[in-house]
Write a protein that binds this ligand. Structure first.
Ligand code: NAD
Length: 665
């Protein structure tokens, strides 16, 4: 059977032969053994629902073993034998192109060259799942292959509940991931209900099929790093010879060395997992691998004296590097951390003092001790960062819940009166005021033809549009536009593509709409093939996350999540091809709600309307919320938008004189 036939078949007619796990593949850590015997039976019974009775006896024992060995039932036997990667759109068996576009996005998220733990259907972040198991994948692909444009597929945390009649204007797919009754959203609830096979952690772009490899994050990381340096460098200083120390070469964190090179500094990224580091090295995302700390010190000292731009992956624990650099008096200009602390007890963060392999054994055999070690390590981590920041390092939290978990572990990360963290998050200092409040966010597009020529042409189109917008832009957003014009000019030569032919660009509502309309025109005239538009959930209006995207909201509403819900519902009836709403993403289960969309451009007039209507709402809903919280830049942006768009009527806050409040108490 060929690729198309296998997809149309869904769950195979004949039981596939048993598979063994390939030890060369980067495997997910064993998850917590949290279920009672009764619950284990329920988990196995839940898994067997996907298969004919005749297979149950054989599969039941196999699934019991998967649960015992891995803590989850992945149904590896059903992983298809064909290669999974973003094949061009015409290669999918689909009745409608929109569905084929979605299939392509799924394939990209599960491509072993892209996904962090491909066998376990994890794209990034240690637990960012596309599906919970291979049966869900097979069924979803089949539904997409057979659906028409008057049906909508509803996915409950990876499980395809089914196709329901809808209309041409409705989204083709509606996705929810990890949505829980609020009281059941503690980390152990994820462990339990994920093990039962009834929910999953979709991260942001994993469970929404919008991951485009590390490029997606290189751009955001470059912007963040560039502005972090702008915040700290003295007049006349440049990034040359300056050190950026961080950790993580995983799904998103793997972008840091590339961003360091684009910015022109010396970056050191510690990574405990040699496979993760090797992958980034093989892809050309990091210049050199060093596993001996003495060699690292010598190399960095030399690079500093020669002011070389270089990115170094240190194979080992980041705490060791911070401590060694303190002893060796190596000044760190900028420091951050991108271990997966949104998932601290299940392998997101490896404690200092034990090897990666020892850590994995402890995680499996003694999770309680592992947790203690993580907390000890976080305290040591916080202490050494404090010593560096007292000498002038600018440290910021990179949205990975480092400050949150370090504070919970009793680490020294609080300010004097213990009311807040003593370090900013990258959103508070950088992305919030400079980007999100103005509507700039990680807009992206994917050329479904798979052709590099299409991507090049779209780069040119986007550049031309940004240059035009720049001519009459507010002075407050000119730097943002310049950074993005530079980015898009160099994007092709920076060789950023891994997987599907995709591009990311930070643009505001005006930029996103104009670029999308121009793409739609190019499709209509046959210059390029169909395009999928989307964005990271990590954006202006998609995500309510008090320690990250909405950390620069100061009216108390940062602990509410209405914006993300309105975002997804609002996008769904304004023209999205698919929408998704997730609990957890970046900072952890129960800590964030985030939403996103995908839009398939087919060159039609209807598509023009969708672009104008949906993208306008997608961005301005977020700006409106930010302006209601009295963020000055958001107020400026929304007032400007209201002048241009008479139908937009946003409630604007009045300022209160603080003396009135002070006189009350
Ligand atoms: N890049 C961004 O712009 C961005 C934005 C927001 C949030 N984040 C957050 O950053 C975190 C990382 O994301 P990811 O997708 O790269 O996750 P990931 O799990 O793929 O990668 C994290 C890496 O850190 C390594 N690691 C863990 N503990 C370590 C230690 N003590 N020393 C050295 N290495 C260690 C792991 O081996 C792993 O490869 C997540 O929490 C994510 O939400 C990133």
């Amino acid at each position: 059977m060929n690729f198309k036939h296998i997809i149309i078949q869904g769950i195979p007619k004949k039981l596939p032969s048993k598979k063994t796990y390939d030890s060369s593949v980067n495997r997910a850590p064993k998850r917590k053994d949290i279920l009672s015997v009764k619950e284990k039976k329920l988990a196995i019974s839940n898994a067997l629902r996907y298969f004919p009775k005749i297979w149950h006896k054989e599969l039941a024992e196999e699934f019991r073993l998967e649960l015992a060995n891995y803590g989850r039932i992945y149904m590896l036997r059903f992983k298809p034998v064909y290669q999974i990667y973003a094949r061009p759109i015409d290669e999918y068996p689909a009745k409608i192109k929109e569905a084929a576009g979605i299939m392509m996005m799924i394939q990209n998220n599960l491509d072993p060259n892209i996904a962090q733990h491909p066998d376990e259907l994890i794209t990034y972040g240690g637990n960012g799942a596309v599906f919970q198991n291979w049966a869900q994948y097979l069924l979803t692909m089949k539904y997409l292959a057979t659906m028409d444009d008057k049906q909508t597929l509803h996915l409950y945390s990876g499980h395809p509940m089914g196709l329901f009649p809808s209309s041409k204007k409705a989204p083709r797919v509606v996705i929810s991931n990890g949505i829980m009754i609020p009281n059941y959203s503690k980390p152990d609830d994820w462990e339990k209900y994920n093990a039962l096979g009834v929910t999953q952690y979709g991260q942001m772009t994993a469970g929404s099929f919008m991951y485009i490899g590390p490029q997606g994050i290189v751009h955001g990381t470059t912007i963040t790093l560039m502005n972090a340096f702008r915040n700290i460098l003295k007049k006349g200083e440049t990034t040359k010879g300056k050190v950026f120390l961080t950790s993580g070469l995983g799904g998103m964190s793997g972008a840091q060395p590339k961003a360091g090179n684009i910015v022109g500094c010396i970056s050191i990224t510690a990574e405990v997992n040699i496979l993760a580091a090797q992958k980034r090295y093989d892809q050309g995302w990091v210049d050199i691998l060093i596993s001996n700390i003495k060699d690292l010190v010598l190399f960095v000292k030399k690079a500093k004296s020669k002011k070389t731009t270089v990115s170094i992956a240190y194979i080992g624990n980041v705490v060791d590097v911070w401590e060694k650099f303190l002893i060796e008096k190596i000044d760190v200009t900028i420091g951050s951390d991108q271990t997966s602390l949104h998932n601290p007890w299940s392998g997101g963060y490896y404690p200092v003092g034990i090897s990666y392999e020892e850590g994995n054994i402890m995680l499996k055999d003694n999770p309680k001790k592992f947790k203690q070690k993580v907390q000890e390590s976080l305290r040591r981590h916080a202490k050494v960062i404090r010593a560096h920041t007292e000498k002038g390092t600018y440290f910021f939290d990179y949205g990975n819940a480092f400050l949150l978990e370090a504070s919970r572990a009793g680490g020294d990360v609080m300010n004097k009166d213990k009311s807040d963290f003593c370090y900013p998050s990258y959103v508070q200092d950088i992305l919030g005021p400079l980007c999100f409040d103005y509507g700039f966010g990680p807009f992206r597009w994917i050329c479904t033809s798979g052709k590099s020529e299409d991507l090049k042409l779209t780069d040119k189109i986007a550049e031309k549009i940004l240059l035009n917008i720049r001519k009459n832009a507010l002075k407050e957003i000119q730097t943002q536009l310049d950074d993005n014009i530079n980015w898009i000019k160099n994007a092709n030569s920076n060789h950023l593509v891994v997987g599907s032919k995709a591009r990311i660009l930070y643009a505001n509502a005006e930029g996103r709409i104009k670029i999308a309309l121009a793409f739609n025109r190019a499709i209509a005239s046959g210059k390029i093939g169909n395009i999928v538009l989307g964005r990271d959930h990590h954006d202006v209006g998609g995500t309510d996350s008090p320690y990250r995207e909405t950390s620069n909201i100061y009216d108390g509403s940062k602990f509410t999540a209405d914006m993300a819900i309105h975002n997804v519902i609002g996008d769904s009836f304004r023209g999205a091809s698919w929408v998704s709403i997730h609990n957890g993403g970046g900072v952890g289960w129960g800590e964030v709600l985030n939403g996103g969309f995908g839009m398939f451009l087919d060159g039609s007039d209807l598509c023009n309307k969708r672009i104008k209507n949906m993208i306008f709402f997608d961005v301005n809903n977020g700006i409106a919320r930010r302006s209601w919280a009295k963020n000055a830049n958001a107020l400026l942006a929304i007032n400007k938008e209201m002048k241009k768009t008479p139908k937009l009527k946003v409630t604007i806050p009045e300022n209160v004189n603080t003396s009135i409040l002070d006189s009350l108490f």
